[in-house]
Write a protein that binds this ligand. Structure first.
Ligand SMILES: [Zn+2]
Length: 64
């Protein structure tokens, strides 16, 4: 109940989100896109934070 579950694309049985592949038939998890999204989001967040930090440094460096 606590863990997110999705039906396997191959056999239709429930696969938990933390499982890399279906425990019933071994086909890839129906959650393959979440990992790619997470990696892309991490890069985006890193870039975003770096931009904000740069802005803060520039604001402190050039006071009005
Ligand atoms: Zn399966």
């Amino acid at each position: 109940m606590a863990m997110n579950e999705k039906a396997c694309n191959h056999c239709g049985k429930l696969v938990r989100e933390d499982q890399a592949s279906c425990p019933w038939c071994g086909s890839p998890s129906p959650f393959p896109q979440s990992q790619k999204m997470t990696a892309a989001q991490k890069k985006f967040i890193l870039f975003f934070v770096a931009t904000i930090v740069l802005c803060i440094i520039l604001i402190l460096w050039f006071p009005r």
